[in-house]
Design a protein around this ligand. Structure first.
Ligand code: UGA
Length: 439
């Protein structure tokens, strides 16, 4: 199938390369010239395991190319809209300007019979509005909403092997045609028996925001329990293991620690609240405000804990921060809890050395005031405290004995409950973590 992918950020670039991998003829379009040049050159503009190989393969097959010119979408019959919907400055609502302008300029390239498939995370009601625009300007063209659930760090796998396909289809006679086109593009995924949810626009849009809200709530739930564990002396890790054995609860997304960040969960729950307010249903989502509050409190608590272990003052203390991306296997530092804590420590007078296997360049660009070093050993040299804030595998596997020889004080703060407490305490370290007693 000939398809275009509008917006080549995280979602779009991976989607474009994956669709080419599935055998389609794909053009990825973005207004960002340097990004398009990098992609066309088989260079991933972000860190994502497996993506660069996929990109190289897809380009070499001749089925994938990139362009800044929307006219190149003219040959395609299916157009995926994958642009970002960040949080508006000073407001909770999503900034829709990229979606608006992508669809506006796509109109020029659309023909009757074409399908526009929205993948961006949007406020409920957007698809119905855009469908009117598309059908009004190009009679015979259609719109569907097809949310994407990929996780950074697993983007390729999640795109090629999604756990469900959700189609929000037009209510009129075009519904069947739109479905057939989506089934054709995802034919090999459908053939493996992937569950499909065929529904209306509003439900499809809400599936995405509801899923992210549920995940955020689950994380904040266990982090609220961590606060209680700190007050009672209970252990949040064992608590999570124990309640997670109940199938109805499940152990996934019950890792207590610094909480959620990134370009999705924080802004999605806020945009959802803002949209509910516009719809006069704000009461239904007031709990998400608490989810957000619990999440933010963990960052503050981490800074307090660091001050506590540094004998009550951070002034002049050398602090090593291991991990800065919002989660492992990513170089994404958007709303990163780790960076938030690192910056706070520095503002409170600590001498902070940050290290991250992938996010170094992004930190230097966006947080030039922070010192970035290449290795955990460099970061920890002469440190009064070591903070593990993003649980990269290489940090989880550090040898506490060897590492203990580098630091000034053997104090480790495990912001992700990811270290083996016993092996660190056995090596003479003072171990502190959110929601667990001191070791
Ligand atoms: C999230 C969703 O998981 C995807 O399904 C969705 O498609 C994506 O947002 C999106 O909207 O595009 P992602 O932002 O890549 O994916 O990251 P997650 O794996 O969900 O992690 C989010 C944050 O929660 C990270 O900061 C992570 O460290 C934190 N987290 C996760 C916890 O604090 N505890 C946990 O148990 C799990």
């Amino acid at each position: 199938m000939k398809i275009s992918v509008i917006g080549c950020g995280y979602l779009g670039a991976v989607h474009a390369a994956s669709m080419a991998e599935l055998g389609h003829d794909v053009v990825g379009i973005d207004v960002d010239q340097p990004k398009i040049a990098a992609l066309q050159d088989a260079k991933a503009p972000f860190y994502e395991p497996g993506f660069e190989e996929l990109l190289g393969r897809s380009l070499a097959s001749g089925r994938l190319r990139f362009s800044t010119d929307m006219a190149d979408a003219r040959d395609a019959v299916l157009h995926f809209v994958c642009v970002g919907t960040p949080q508006k400055r000073g407001e909770y609502a999503a900034d829709m300007r990229y979606v608006e302008s992508a669809v506006e300029s796509l109109l020029e390239a659309l023909k009757p019979g074409d399908l526009v498939a929205g993948k961006s995370t949007v406020p409920v009601g957007t698809a119905a509005r855009l469908a009117e625009l598309v059908e009004g300007k190009v009679p015979g063209a259609m719109l569907a909403w097809n949310p994407e659930f990929l996780r950074e760090g697993f983007a390729v796998q999640d795109t090629l092997h999604p756990d469900r396909l959700v189609y929000g289809l037009p209510a009129d006679g075009n519904g069947e045609r739109a479905r057939a086109m989506l089934d054709e593009v995802y034919a090999s995924i459908v053939a493996t028996g992937t569950p499909q949810v065929i529904t209306d626009y509003a439900t499809a849009e809400m599936v995405k925001t509801a899923a992210n809200s549920f995940l955020a709530t689950k994380i904040s739930f266990i982090n609220a329990m961590a606060e209680l564990c700190e007050a009672t002396g209970a252990d949040v890790k064992q608590l999570a293991d124990a309640i997670g054995h109940d199938d109805r609860i499940g152990r996934k997304f019950l890792n207590a620690g610094l909480g959620f960040g990134g370009g999705c969960l924080p802004k999605d729950i806020r945009a959802f609240m803002a949209r509910a307010g516009e719809l006069g249903a704000d009461q239904a989502l007031t709990f998400l405000r608490e989810v957000d509050n619990i999440n933010m409190r963990r960052r503050i608590r981490m800074v307090e804990l660091a001050r506590e272990v540094c004998d009550g003052s951070l002034l002049g203390k050398r602090v090593a921060v291991l991990g800065a991306a919002f989660k492992p296997d990513s170089d994404d530092i958007r709303d990163s809890p780790a960076l938030n804590v690192a910056a706070q420590l520095q503002l409170q007078g600590a001498v902070v050395q940050v290290t991250d296997p992938a996010a170094g360049e992004n930190i230097k660009r966006s947080w030039p005031q922070l010192d970035v070093v290449d290795t955990p050993e460099e970061a920890a040299k002469g440190a009064d405290a070591v903070l593990l804030l993003t649980e990269w595998k290489q940090y989880r596997e550090l040898d506490p004995v060897a590492f203990g020889k580098i630091v000034k004080q053997k104090r480790v703060l495990d912001g992700r409950n990811a270290l083996d407490r016993d092996s660190w305490t056995d090596a003479g370290w003072t171990y502190r973590a959110l929601g667990r007693r001191a070791g």
